[in-house]
Design a protein around this ligand. Structure first.
Ligand code: PMP
Length: 397
């Protein structure tokens, strides 16, 4: 007897994923493909103490099932940290999630009908596309930097709009202040939920941080925030991804809907990570380690861009990102297929992410995403040299 087929959305995944899974076997591979932090930034001793303290001092809270919405103290601390200027948040505005990925998943569960329309910044984060794929959504790609881009037309009729204003994954680009304001106004005017996914908001290497969409949508009214922005935060890039600790900040009615979605998902986020986050925030741990992270990643960004300028200029165009983890490079020659380049690059001992995985239709085969946070400067330079040899081999072969 044959088994029932897998759900149909599974056949929509990109075969690049399989190529990556096989890449693990390649010796001395330089991985410029992932979005991984450098393990040296993790404050291992402090985190070990916080983990021990969480279990030893709060066993009844952290070893039980925490409330679905998260510990009240943590929600309160996050509400306080993000209340700025005219923005007043209370813990009714905060849901604790199992990192940013769960925020994306719950937003899809709460807002997206089968086949629903998402207006998404294009190209879009692969994890978000993966989270929403089971609903087989359709996408309206939005390109905020395009001449004549009209935010109202972009948002109108979509079930929500997805945006990464700070150093998008994959492009590393920053949405400028006038466009942030225009997006918020369009969300208010059209009544569209605006999902602000912000894992990289602390990683500014140049210039001062721009205000979040969340802040820009504040009305200055007293009482909990009630605007259109659904803000997704995480400790993954500024502390450690293994904590799997994130949060959603949104209007109370949205938080209530997301709590219902979370109940049917993982029921609660582990109390050990929540208690560790409470103590980390109270002792200013993220702020203490941030200068080192910015120094390390900022210098690696410079090293990668210098190596790319030396070795990849004949083939690619890119902008030096002001922050985040990635450089997005577009091939000058439209015939350069970056899905094919990945295979050749692997045989040259280097790995980058091709643009097709960030396109809901899988059509864009003209760009690559290059990560600079995981490898030291000399490996970034060697990886870039290997990539140049791979491009040469692909185009001449
Ligand atoms: N959104 C974006 C844009 C990301 O790049 C990532 C991490 N790569 C996430 C969300 C989710 O990260 P996490 O689940 O570790 O918080």
């Amino acid at each position: 007897m044959s088994r029932p087929a897998f759900a149909s959305w599974l056949s929509q995944t990109n075969d690049v994923t399989q190529t990556f899974l096989n890449a693990g076997q390649i010796p001395d591979l330089i991985n410029l493909a992932g979005g991984l932090p450098d393990p040296s930034i993790w404050p291992v001793e402090e985190l070990a103490q916080l983990a021990h303290k969480a279990v030893a001092e709060h066993p009844e809270a952290v070893l039980a099932y925490p409330p679905i919405e998260g510990f009240a103290e943590l929600r309160h601390l996050i509400a306080q940290r993000f209340s700025t200027g005219g923005l007043t948040l209370t813990r009714q505005n905060v849901l604790i999630t199992t990192a940013g990925m769960q925020g994306l998943d719950l937003v899809g569960k709460a807002l997206l009908d089968q086949g629903g329309l998402i207006a998404a910044q294009s190209p879009a984060y692969l994890g978000a596309l993966d989270a929403w794929r089971p609903r087989l959504p359709s996408y309206r790609p939005i390109r905020l930097q395009d001449e004549g881009f009209d935010p109202v037309a972009a948002l109108d009729g979509a079930q929500f709009c997805y945006c990464v204003p700070n150093f998008s994954n994959p492009t590393g680009r920053l949405v400028d202040l006038p466009m942030r304001q225009a997006m918020v106004e369009a969300a208010q005017q059209t009544g569209t939920w605006l999902v602000e996914d912000d894992p990289y908001g602390m990683l500014y290497y140049d210039g001062a941080p721009l205000p979040r969409l969340l802040e820009l949508s504040a009305t200055g009214k007293p009482g909990p925030y009630d605007g259109p922005v659904i803000y997704l935060g995480t400790l993954s890039k500024g502390l450690a991804p293994g904590l799997r600790l994130g949060w959603v900040i949104a209007a109370p009615e949205m938080i209530t809907a997301l709590i219902t979605a979370k109940q049917g998902s993982d029921m609660c986020t582990t109390g050990i990570s929540q208690q560790m986050a409470i103590d980390a925030f109270k002792t200013g741990l993220p702020e203490r380690i941030l200068p080192h992270i910015l120094d390390l990643y900022g210098s690696r960004r410079n090293a990668l861009c210098a190596a790319m300028a030396e070795h990849l200029t004949p083939w690619f165009d890119w902008q030096v990102p002001q922050g985040g983890m990635f450089v997005w490079a577009r091939a000058k020659d439209p015939a350069l297929d970056t899905d094919k380049l990945l295979k050749v690059a692997l045989s040259h001992g280097v790995c980058v992410t091709p643009s097709s995985v960030f396109d809901p239709e899988g059509q864009d085969r003209g760009a690559i995403r290059v990560n600079f946070t995981l490898n030291p400067a000399e490996r970034l330079a060697e990886g870039t040299r290997r990539l140049a040899r791979a491009v040469d081999a692909l185009l001449s072969g």
